[in-house]
Design a binder for this molecule. Structure first.
Ligand SMILES: O=C(O)CCC(=O)C(=O)O
Ligand SMILES: [Fe+2]
Length: 509
Protein backbone atom coordinates (compact mmCIF):
# COMPACT_ATOMS: atom_id res chain seq x y z
CA UNK A 1 0.00 0.00 0.00
CA UNK A 2 2.89 2.27 0.71
CA UNK A 3 3.84 2.18 -2.98
CA UNK A 4 0.55 3.79 -3.89
CA UNK A 5 1.57 7.08 -2.36
CA UNK A 6 1.04 10.22 -4.39
CA UNK A 7 3.40 13.12 -4.69
CA UNK A 8 1.04 15.95 -4.04
CA UNK A 9 2.12 19.35 -2.84
CA UNK A 10 2.69 19.48 0.88
CA UNK A 11 2.32 22.56 3.05
CA UNK A 12 6.07 23.24 2.92
CA UNK A 13 6.45 22.61 -0.83
CA UNK A 14 3.63 25.09 -1.42
CA UNK A 15 5.56 27.89 0.27
CA UNK A 16 7.48 28.92 -2.91
CA UNK A 17 4.12 29.34 -4.64
CA UNK A 18 3.50 32.42 -2.52
CA UNK A 19 6.55 34.14 -4.02
CA UNK A 20 5.62 32.87 -7.43
CA UNK A 21 2.22 34.50 -7.11
CA UNK A 22 3.89 37.80 -6.20
CA UNK A 23 6.03 37.54 -9.33
CA UNK A 24 2.97 36.92 -11.45
CA UNK A 25 1.16 39.91 -9.97
CA UNK A 26 4.25 42.09 -10.54
CA UNK A 27 4.33 40.95 -14.14
CA UNK A 28 0.64 41.71 -14.64
CA UNK A 29 1.23 45.14 -13.13
CA UNK A 30 4.02 45.73 -15.66
CA UNK A 31 1.57 44.70 -18.34
CA UNK A 32 -0.96 47.20 -17.00
CA UNK A 33 1.74 49.90 -17.06
CA UNK A 34 2.54 49.12 -20.70
CA UNK A 35 -1.15 49.42 -21.49
CA UNK A 36 -1.36 52.64 -19.50
CA UNK A 37 1.49 54.08 -21.52
CA UNK A 38 -0.25 53.24 -24.77
CA UNK A 39 -3.53 54.59 -23.51
CA UNK A 40 -1.92 57.90 -22.53
CA UNK A 41 -0.29 58.12 -25.94
CA UNK A 42 -3.61 57.68 -27.63
CA UNK A 43 -5.50 60.11 -25.39
CA UNK A 44 -2.88 62.84 -25.80
CA UNK A 45 -3.07 62.62 -29.60
CA UNK A 46 -6.85 62.47 -29.64
CA UNK A 47 -6.84 65.81 -27.85
CA UNK A 48 -4.51 67.40 -30.40
CA UNK A 49 -6.47 65.97 -33.33
CA UNK A 50 -9.78 67.21 -31.89
CA UNK A 51 -8.45 70.75 -31.49
CA UNK A 52 -7.42 70.82 -35.14
CA UNK A 53 -10.66 69.23 -36.31
CA UNK A 54 -12.77 71.72 -34.30
CA UNK A 55 -10.94 74.54 -36.01
CA UNK A 56 -11.89 73.08 -39.40
CA UNK A 57 -15.50 72.41 -38.36
CA UNK A 58 -15.99 76.04 -37.37
CA UNK A 59 -15.44 77.31 -40.92
CA UNK A 60 -14.56 74.50 -43.29
CA UNK A 61 -14.25 76.65 -46.44
CA UNK A 62 -12.10 79.24 -44.69
CA UNK A 63 -9.94 76.48 -43.18
CA UNK A 64 -9.43 74.66 -46.46
CA UNK A 65 -8.80 77.89 -48.38
CA UNK A 66 -5.41 77.82 -46.78
CA UNK A 67 -3.41 75.36 -48.92
CA UNK A 68 -1.29 74.29 -45.97
CA UNK A 69 -4.41 73.17 -44.07
CA UNK A 70 -5.83 71.43 -47.13
CA UNK A 71 -2.56 69.67 -47.77
CA UNK A 72 -2.21 68.57 -44.18
CA UNK A 73 -5.76 67.18 -44.04
CA UNK A 74 -5.18 65.08 -47.14
CA UNK A 75 -1.87 63.83 -45.80
CA UNK A 76 -3.28 63.06 -42.38
CA UNK A 77 -6.22 61.11 -43.73
CA UNK A 78 -4.11 59.19 -46.16
CA UNK A 79 -1.11 58.47 -43.96
CA UNK A 80 -1.86 58.94 -40.25
CA UNK A 81 -4.88 56.68 -40.07
CA UNK A 82 -3.01 53.81 -41.67
CA UNK A 83 -0.46 54.45 -38.94
CA UNK A 84 -3.15 54.41 -36.24
CA UNK A 85 -4.47 51.14 -37.52
CA UNK A 86 -1.02 49.65 -37.17
CA UNK A 87 -0.62 51.12 -33.71
CA UNK A 88 -3.99 49.77 -32.59
CA UNK A 89 -3.03 46.35 -33.82
CA UNK A 90 0.34 46.28 -32.12
CA UNK A 91 0.30 43.86 -29.16
CA UNK A 92 0.77 45.50 -25.79
CA UNK A 93 3.23 44.01 -23.33
CA UNK A 94 4.26 41.07 -25.50
CA UNK A 95 7.28 40.56 -23.26
CA UNK A 96 4.98 40.31 -20.25
CA UNK A 97 3.04 37.55 -21.96
CA UNK A 98 6.34 35.77 -22.58
CA UNK A 99 7.24 36.14 -18.89
CA UNK A 100 3.95 34.57 -17.97
CA UNK A 101 4.59 31.67 -20.32
CA UNK A 102 8.00 31.14 -18.77
CA UNK A 103 6.54 31.00 -15.26
CA UNK A 104 3.81 28.61 -16.22
CA UNK A 105 5.96 25.50 -15.86
CA UNK A 106 6.27 26.31 -12.17
CA UNK A 107 2.56 26.63 -11.55
CA UNK A 108 0.54 23.81 -9.96
CA UNK A 109 -0.78 21.34 -12.52
CA UNK A 110 -4.23 19.85 -12.88
CA UNK A 111 -3.37 16.97 -10.55
CA UNK A 112 -2.25 19.42 -7.88
CA UNK A 113 -5.61 21.14 -8.04
CA UNK A 114 -7.36 17.77 -7.89
CA UNK A 115 -5.33 16.84 -4.81
CA UNK A 116 -6.28 20.15 -3.20
CA UNK A 117 -9.99 19.56 -3.98
CA UNK A 118 -9.76 16.02 -2.67
CA UNK A 119 -8.08 17.36 0.48
CA UNK A 120 -10.98 19.72 1.25
CA UNK A 121 -13.52 17.02 0.47
CA UNK A 122 -11.62 14.64 2.74
CA UNK A 123 -11.56 17.08 5.64
CA UNK A 124 -15.31 17.45 5.25
CA UNK A 125 -15.96 13.70 4.99
CA UNK A 126 -13.37 12.50 7.44
CA UNK A 127 -14.75 14.64 10.24
CA UNK A 128 -18.31 14.88 8.91
CA UNK A 129 -18.20 18.68 8.84
CA UNK A 130 -20.98 20.92 7.61
CA UNK A 131 -20.18 22.20 4.10
CA UNK A 132 -21.59 25.67 4.76
CA UNK A 133 -19.28 25.94 7.76
CA UNK A 134 -16.22 24.92 5.74
CA UNK A 135 -17.03 27.48 3.06
CA UNK A 136 -17.26 30.19 5.70
CA UNK A 137 -13.96 29.10 7.23
CA UNK A 138 -15.41 27.41 10.30
CA UNK A 139 -13.49 24.15 10.66
CA UNK A 140 -14.54 21.72 13.39
CA UNK A 141 -16.03 24.53 15.44
CA UNK A 142 -13.11 26.91 15.06
CA UNK A 143 -13.54 30.08 13.00
CA UNK A 144 -10.53 30.68 10.74
CA UNK A 145 -9.73 33.95 9.02
CA UNK A 146 -10.45 32.69 5.48
CA UNK A 147 -13.41 31.65 3.39
CA UNK A 148 -14.11 30.20 -0.04
CA UNK A 149 -15.13 32.29 -3.01
CA UNK A 150 -17.77 31.16 -5.48
CA UNK A 151 -15.11 30.25 -8.00
CA UNK A 152 -13.32 28.12 -5.36
CA UNK A 153 -16.54 26.24 -4.66
CA UNK A 154 -17.18 25.86 -8.38
CA UNK A 155 -13.80 24.13 -8.75
CA UNK A 156 -14.60 21.68 -5.95
CA UNK A 157 -18.07 20.95 -7.38
CA UNK A 158 -16.64 20.45 -10.83
CA UNK A 159 -14.03 18.04 -9.49
CA UNK A 160 -16.64 16.05 -7.56
CA UNK A 161 -18.87 15.73 -10.60
CA UNK A 162 -15.94 14.62 -12.76
CA UNK A 163 -15.10 11.96 -10.20
CA UNK A 164 -18.66 10.55 -10.15
CA UNK A 165 -19.83 12.10 -6.89
CA UNK A 166 -22.83 14.13 -8.07
CA UNK A 167 -24.59 14.10 -4.70
CA UNK A 168 -21.58 15.69 -3.02
CA UNK A 169 -21.19 18.08 -5.95
CA UNK A 170 -24.75 19.32 -5.39
CA UNK A 171 -24.06 19.93 -1.70
CA UNK A 172 -21.05 22.12 -2.47
CA UNK A 173 -22.56 23.91 -5.50
CA UNK A 174 -25.75 24.79 -3.68
CA UNK A 175 -23.68 27.07 -1.48
CA UNK A 176 -22.62 29.13 -4.49
CA UNK A 177 -26.12 30.43 -4.94
CA UNK A 178 -26.08 31.82 -1.43
CA UNK A 179 -22.70 33.49 -1.55
CA UNK A 180 -21.83 36.50 -3.65
CA UNK A 181 -19.69 36.01 -6.69
CA UNK A 182 -16.37 37.59 -5.85
CA UNK A 183 -13.33 36.51 -7.83
CA UNK A 184 -9.89 37.74 -8.81
CA UNK A 185 -10.78 37.74 -12.51
CA UNK A 186 -12.45 40.31 -14.76
CA UNK A 187 -16.06 39.37 -15.46
CA UNK A 188 -15.27 38.50 -19.08
CA UNK A 189 -13.10 35.54 -18.14
CA UNK A 190 -14.59 34.60 -14.79
CA UNK A 191 -17.02 31.76 -14.31
CA UNK A 192 -20.46 33.00 -15.29
CA UNK A 193 -23.78 32.42 -13.62
CA UNK A 194 -24.95 30.28 -16.50
CA UNK A 195 -21.96 28.00 -16.01
CA UNK A 196 -22.76 27.52 -12.33
CA UNK A 197 -26.34 26.67 -13.20
CA UNK A 198 -25.25 24.27 -15.91
CA UNK A 199 -22.85 22.45 -13.58
CA UNK A 200 -25.51 22.20 -10.90
CA UNK A 201 -27.96 20.90 -13.52
CA UNK A 202 -25.45 18.24 -14.58
CA UNK A 203 -24.90 17.26 -10.95
CA UNK A 204 -28.66 16.79 -10.51
CA UNK A 205 -28.73 14.79 -13.71
CA UNK A 206 -25.92 12.56 -12.41
CA UNK A 207 -27.88 12.18 -9.20
CA UNK A 208 -30.96 11.17 -11.24
CA UNK A 209 -33.00 14.10 -9.93
CA UNK A 210 -34.20 14.87 -13.44
CA UNK A 211 -36.93 17.47 -12.74
CA UNK A 212 -34.38 19.63 -10.90
CA UNK A 213 -31.84 19.06 -13.63
CA UNK A 214 -34.31 20.11 -16.33
CA UNK A 215 -35.49 23.21 -14.49
CA UNK A 216 -31.91 24.36 -14.03
CA UNK A 217 -30.91 23.57 -17.60
CA UNK A 218 -33.93 25.51 -18.86
CA UNK A 219 -32.96 28.53 -16.84
CA UNK A 220 -29.53 28.30 -18.51
CA UNK A 221 -31.27 28.29 -21.85
CA UNK A 222 -33.09 31.49 -20.90
CA UNK A 223 -29.72 33.14 -20.33
CA UNK A 224 -28.25 31.73 -23.54
CA UNK A 225 -31.14 30.96 -25.90
CA UNK A 226 -28.92 30.10 -28.87
CA UNK A 227 -26.55 27.70 -27.12
CA UNK A 228 -26.81 24.44 -29.04
CA UNK A 229 -25.19 22.42 -26.28
CA UNK A 230 -27.78 23.60 -23.76
CA UNK A 231 -30.61 22.68 -26.11
CA UNK A 232 -29.12 19.22 -26.56
CA UNK A 233 -28.66 18.74 -22.81
CA UNK A 234 -32.28 19.72 -22.12
CA UNK A 235 -33.44 17.13 -24.62
CA UNK A 236 -31.20 14.47 -23.06
CA UNK A 237 -32.69 15.10 -19.64
CA UNK A 238 -36.23 15.02 -21.01
CA UNK A 239 -35.53 11.64 -22.54
CA UNK A 240 -34.10 10.32 -19.30
CA UNK A 241 -37.25 11.41 -17.47
CA UNK A 242 -39.23 8.93 -19.52
CA UNK A 243 -36.99 5.96 -18.68
CA UNK A 244 -36.99 4.01 -15.41
CA UNK A 245 -34.40 5.02 -12.83
CA UNK A 246 -31.07 3.29 -12.74
CA UNK A 247 -31.20 1.55 -9.38
CA UNK A 248 -27.50 1.57 -8.63
CA UNK A 249 -26.17 5.07 -8.35
CA UNK A 250 -22.44 4.99 -8.85
CA UNK A 251 -21.72 7.53 -6.17
CA UNK A 252 -19.43 5.33 -4.17
CA UNK A 253 -15.74 5.15 -4.72
CA UNK A 254 -13.30 2.36 -4.07
CA UNK A 255 -11.84 4.41 -1.28
CA UNK A 256 -15.22 4.76 0.39
CA UNK A 257 -14.65 1.94 2.87
CA UNK A 258 -11.32 3.24 4.07
CA UNK A 259 -12.82 6.73 4.42
CA UNK A 260 -15.61 5.29 6.53
CA UNK A 261 -13.02 3.47 8.62
CA UNK A 262 -11.16 6.76 9.07
CA UNK A 263 -14.31 8.67 9.97
CA UNK A 264 -14.83 6.24 12.84
CA UNK A 265 -11.17 6.03 13.88
CA UNK A 266 -10.49 9.77 13.70
CA UNK A 267 -13.55 10.89 15.64
CA UNK A 268 -12.57 13.56 18.17
CA UNK A 269 -14.67 12.01 20.90
CA UNK A 270 -12.69 8.75 20.75
CA UNK A 271 -10.87 7.94 24.00
CA UNK A 272 -7.95 5.60 24.59
CA UNK A 273 -8.32 2.74 27.08
CA UNK A 274 -8.31 3.88 30.71
CA UNK A 275 -6.08 2.72 33.55
CA UNK A 276 -2.79 3.05 31.73
CA UNK A 277 0.42 4.42 33.14
CA UNK A 278 3.33 6.68 32.52
CA UNK A 279 6.75 5.48 33.58
CA UNK A 280 10.46 5.99 33.14
CA UNK A 281 12.25 3.50 30.94
CA UNK A 282 15.53 2.75 32.82
CA UNK A 283 16.44 -0.58 31.35
CA UNK A 284 16.05 -1.19 27.61
CA UNK A 285 19.74 -0.38 27.34
CA UNK A 286 22.35 0.37 29.99
CA UNK A 287 22.56 3.99 28.81
CA UNK A 288 19.02 4.55 30.04
CA UNK A 289 20.18 4.06 33.63
CA UNK A 290 21.86 7.44 33.27
CA UNK A 291 19.21 9.08 31.14
CA UNK A 292 15.85 7.35 31.42
CA UNK A 293 13.15 8.06 28.85
CA UNK A 294 9.63 9.18 29.69
CA UNK A 295 7.08 6.71 28.38
CA UNK A 296 3.30 6.78 28.24
CA UNK A 297 1.23 3.70 27.54
CA UNK A 298 -1.30 4.33 24.78
CA UNK A 299 -2.62 0.78 24.87
CA UNK A 300 -1.53 -2.69 25.86
CA UNK A 301 -3.18 -5.01 23.30
CA UNK A 302 -1.40 -4.37 21.07
CA UNK A 303 1.25 -2.49 23.00
CA UNK A 304 1.67 1.05 21.71
CA UNK A 305 4.01 3.36 23.61
CA UNK A 306 4.40 7.10 23.39
CA UNK A 307 7.90 8.36 24.25
CA UNK A 308 8.04 11.96 25.41
CA UNK A 309 10.77 14.50 24.66
CA UNK A 310 12.91 12.18 22.57
CA UNK A 311 13.83 14.84 20.01
CA UNK A 312 14.97 18.34 20.97
CA UNK A 313 13.62 21.44 19.21
CA UNK A 314 17.07 21.94 17.66
CA UNK A 315 17.16 18.41 16.28
CA UNK A 316 13.69 18.86 14.85
CA UNK A 317 14.64 22.15 13.19
CA UNK A 318 17.64 20.49 11.54
CA UNK A 319 15.64 17.54 10.25
CA UNK A 320 12.92 19.78 8.83
CA UNK A 321 15.51 22.06 7.21
CA UNK A 322 17.24 19.16 5.45
CA UNK A 323 13.96 17.62 4.29
CA UNK A 324 12.50 20.93 3.13
CA UNK A 325 15.49 21.66 0.91
CA UNK A 326 15.36 18.23 -0.70
CA UNK A 327 11.62 18.29 -1.20
CA UNK A 328 11.80 21.59 -3.06
CA UNK A 329 14.61 20.37 -5.30
CA UNK A 330 12.72 17.21 -6.12
CA UNK A 331 9.74 19.28 -7.21
CA UNK A 332 11.50 21.69 -9.52
CA UNK A 333 14.28 19.62 -11.12
CA UNK A 334 12.32 16.56 -12.07
CA UNK A 335 8.62 16.90 -11.92
CA UNK A 336 7.54 13.77 -10.13
CA UNK A 337 4.85 11.70 -11.71
CA UNK A 338 1.58 12.10 -9.88
CA UNK A 339 -0.68 9.20 -9.41
CA UNK A 340 -4.03 10.89 -9.35
CA UNK A 341 -6.09 7.73 -9.19
CA UNK A 342 -5.05 6.74 -5.70
CA UNK A 343 -5.08 9.30 -2.97
CA UNK A 344 -3.97 6.83 -0.37
CA UNK A 345 -1.33 9.09 1.00
CA UNK A 346 -1.25 12.80 0.31
CA UNK A 347 2.06 14.08 1.48
CA UNK A 348 5.56 14.83 0.39
CA UNK A 349 8.41 12.77 1.74
CA UNK A 350 12.18 12.60 1.79
CA UNK A 351 14.48 9.81 2.92
CA UNK A 352 17.33 10.71 5.24
CA UNK A 353 20.19 8.19 5.40
CA UNK A 354 20.92 7.80 9.08
CA UNK A 355 24.67 7.16 8.77
CA UNK A 356 25.22 10.35 6.78
CA UNK A 357 25.20 12.86 9.59
CA UNK A 358 26.08 13.08 13.26
CA UNK A 359 22.45 13.86 13.97
CA UNK A 360 21.31 10.78 12.07
CA UNK A 361 23.65 8.56 14.05
CA UNK A 362 22.62 10.14 17.34
CA UNK A 363 18.95 9.49 16.64
CA UNK A 364 19.78 5.95 15.61
CA UNK A 365 21.34 5.32 19.04
CA UNK A 366 18.28 6.82 20.68
CA UNK A 367 15.93 4.52 18.76
CA UNK A 368 18.11 1.67 19.96
CA UNK A 369 17.60 2.86 23.55
CA UNK A 370 13.86 3.21 23.05
CA UNK A 371 13.25 -0.12 21.38
CA UNK A 372 16.15 -2.39 22.19
CA UNK A 373 16.36 -3.27 18.53
CA UNK A 374 19.40 -3.46 16.31
CA UNK A 375 19.05 -0.93 13.49
CA UNK A 376 21.75 -2.32 11.21
CA UNK A 377 19.44 -3.48 8.43
CA UNK A 378 16.73 -0.90 9.01
CA UNK A 379 15.56 1.67 6.51
CA UNK A 380 16.48 5.31 6.16
CA UNK A 381 14.35 7.78 8.04
CA UNK A 382 11.38 8.89 6.03
CA UNK A 383 10.44 12.48 6.73
CA UNK A 384 6.89 13.31 5.73
CA UNK A 385 5.13 16.66 5.37
CA UNK A 386 1.40 16.36 4.78
CA UNK A 387 -0.65 18.23 2.15
CA UNK A 388 -3.98 20.11 2.35
CA UNK A 389 -6.25 17.63 4.09
CA UNK A 390 -3.25 15.29 3.97
CA UNK A 391 -3.75 11.81 5.31
CA UNK A 392 -2.49 8.27 5.07
CA UNK A 393 -5.27 5.73 4.62
CA UNK A 394 -5.62 2.73 6.93
CA UNK A 395 -2.71 0.34 6.38
CA UNK A 396 -0.21 -2.07 7.92
CA UNK A 397 3.47 -1.29 7.90
CA UNK A 398 4.45 -4.95 7.47
CA UNK A 399 4.89 -6.66 4.11
CA UNK A 400 4.05 -9.97 5.72
CA UNK A 401 6.89 -11.87 4.14
CA UNK A 402 6.11 -14.96 6.15
CA UNK A 403 2.89 -15.66 4.29
CA UNK A 404 3.39 -13.94 0.96
CA UNK A 405 6.08 -15.94 -0.78
CA UNK A 406 6.06 -13.80 -3.90
CA UNK A 407 7.46 -10.95 -1.86
CA UNK A 408 9.91 -13.10 0.04
CA UNK A 409 12.56 -12.99 -2.65
CA UNK A 410 13.31 -9.41 -1.62
CA UNK A 411 13.68 -10.49 1.94
CA UNK A 412 17.46 -10.83 2.03
CA UNK A 413 18.06 -7.54 0.29
CA UNK A 414 15.76 -5.56 2.49
CA UNK A 415 16.60 -7.06 5.83
CA UNK A 416 13.30 -8.79 6.48
CA UNK A 417 9.83 -7.57 7.30
CA UNK A 418 9.06 -4.41 9.24
CA UNK A 419 8.98 -5.82 12.74
CA UNK A 420 8.23 -2.48 14.42
CA UNK A 421 7.69 1.21 13.70
CA UNK A 422 8.94 4.31 15.45
CA UNK A 423 6.97 7.38 14.43
CA UNK A 424 8.52 10.68 15.51
CA UNK A 425 6.28 13.73 15.57
CA UNK A 426 8.24 16.75 14.37
CA UNK A 427 5.40 19.23 14.79
CA UNK A 428 2.23 19.88 16.71
CA UNK A 429 -0.83 19.94 14.49
CA UNK A 430 -3.32 22.72 15.08
CA UNK A 431 -6.37 20.62 14.15
CA UNK A 432 -6.71 17.02 13.00
CA UNK A 433 -3.76 14.90 11.86
CA UNK A 434 -3.94 12.28 14.61
CA UNK A 435 -2.51 8.80 14.21
CA UNK A 436 -5.36 6.36 14.79
CA UNK A 437 -5.47 2.58 15.13
CA UNK A 438 -8.94 1.68 13.81
CA UNK A 439 -8.90 -1.96 14.95
CA UNK A 440 -7.30 -1.38 18.34
CA UNK A 441 -9.26 1.89 18.66
CA UNK A 442 -6.38 4.08 19.81
CA UNK A 443 -5.86 7.69 18.81
CA UNK A 444 -2.72 9.76 19.30
CA UNK A 445 -2.39 13.48 18.63
CA UNK A 446 0.97 14.73 17.34
CA UNK A 447 3.18 16.71 19.67
CA UNK A 448 6.60 17.87 18.51
CA UNK A 449 9.39 15.81 20.08
CA UNK A 450 7.31 12.76 21.02
CA UNK A 451 7.53 9.39 19.30
CA UNK A 452 5.15 6.47 18.96
CA UNK A 453 6.48 2.91 19.08
CA UNK A 454 4.65 -0.31 18.23
CA UNK A 455 5.23 -3.80 16.84
CA UNK A 456 3.88 -4.80 13.47
CA UNK A 457 4.61 -8.51 13.77
CA UNK A 458 3.51 -10.95 16.43
CA UNK A 459 5.98 -13.21 18.22
CA UNK A 460 5.82 -15.75 15.40
CA UNK A 461 6.73 -13.14 12.81
CA UNK A 462 3.27 -12.88 11.33
CA UNK A 463 1.66 -9.54 10.60
CA UNK A 464 -0.41 -8.36 13.57
CA UNK A 465 -3.79 -7.19 12.27
CA UNK A 466 -4.25 -5.05 15.37
CA UNK A 467 -1.36 -2.86 14.20
CA UNK A 468 -3.55 -1.39 11.44
CA UNK A 469 -3.24 2.38 11.58
CA UNK A 470 -4.02 5.55 9.68
CA UNK A 471 -2.97 9.19 9.61
CA UNK A 472 -6.18 11.19 9.99
CA UNK A 473 -6.65 14.13 7.64
CA UNK A 474 -4.90 17.31 8.72
CA UNK A 475 -7.53 20.01 9.19
CA UNK A 476 -5.17 22.90 9.82
CA UNK A 477 -1.45 23.12 10.44
CA UNK A 478 1.61 21.62 8.83
CA UNK A 479 2.09 18.05 10.00
CA UNK A 480 5.63 16.70 10.03
CA UNK A 481 6.57 13.18 11.01
CA UNK A 482 9.65 11.00 10.67
CA UNK A 483 9.24 7.28 10.38
CA UNK A 484 11.73 4.55 11.18
CA UNK A 485 10.69 1.09 10.01
CA UNK A 486 12.73 -1.44 11.92
CA UNK A 487 13.50 -4.65 10.05
CA UNK A 488 13.29 -8.17 11.39
CA UNK A 489 16.52 -9.70 10.10
CA UNK A 490 19.03 -8.27 12.52
CA UNK A 491 16.82 -8.88 15.57
CA UNK A 492 17.10 -12.67 15.59
CA UNK A 493 18.93 -12.72 18.92
CA UNK A 494 17.43 -9.68 20.59
CA UNK A 495 13.77 -9.67 19.68
CA UNK A 496 11.94 -9.43 23.00
CA UNK A 497 9.33 -12.10 23.37
CA UNK A 498 6.01 -10.36 23.83
CA UNK A 499 3.62 -12.02 26.24
CA UNK A 500 1.39 -14.18 24.04
CA UNK A 501 -2.13 -12.97 23.69
CA UNK A 502 -5.01 -15.39 24.15
CA UNK A 503 -5.54 -18.15 21.62
CA UNK A 504 -7.65 -15.88 19.42
CA UNK A 505 -4.83 -13.60 18.36
CA UNK A 506 -5.48 -12.55 14.77
CA UNK A 507 -3.30 -13.97 12.07
CA UNK A 508 -2.97 -13.55 8.34
CA UNK A 509 -3.13 -16.32 5.75
O1 LIG B 1 1.77 10.19 9.96
C1 LIG B 1 1.22 9.36 10.66
O2 LIG B 1 0.52 9.67 11.63
C2 LIG B 1 1.36 7.89 10.31
C3 LIG B 1 2.42 7.62 9.30
C4 LIG B 1 2.51 6.16 8.95
O3 LIG B 1 1.69 5.40 9.27
C5 LIG B 1 3.66 5.66 8.17
O4 LIG B 1 4.46 6.47 7.71
O5 LIG B 1 3.76 4.43 7.99
FE1 LIG C 1 2.29 3.32 8.83
Amino acid sequence: EEQKSTHSLSVVTMVPLVNLEEKLIDNLEEYAKAMDHKLQNIRRNIQKMRTENKKAQLDAIGYLSNPLNGFSLVRRLHQDWAGWRQYMEQPVGASKIRNLDNLRSRLPCKEDLHDACEGLVRIQGNYELNITDIIRGKLQGRQHNASMSAIDIFAVGNYLLNTSRPASAIQWLQEVVIHSQESFLPAEISVKEVEFLKLLALAHKGNQSFPNALALMESCLKLRPHDADLVRKCREIEELMGTPLNATLKDEKKSYLSLKEMAIACNVTLKNPAGLHCFYNFNTTSFLRLAPLKVEQVGLHPQVLLYHEVLSPREITSIIRIATQRMKVAKTTNKVKTNSKTHYRTAKYHWIVKEMTKLGRRIKRRIGDMTGFDLQSSESYQVINYAIGGHYGPHYDFFNFSTDHSKRKNDYRTGGDRIATVLFYLSDVEQGGATAFPTARYIVYPRAGTALFWHNLDTEGNGDLLSRHTACAVISGSKWVMTEWIRERSQIFIRPCLPRKNTTSPRLG
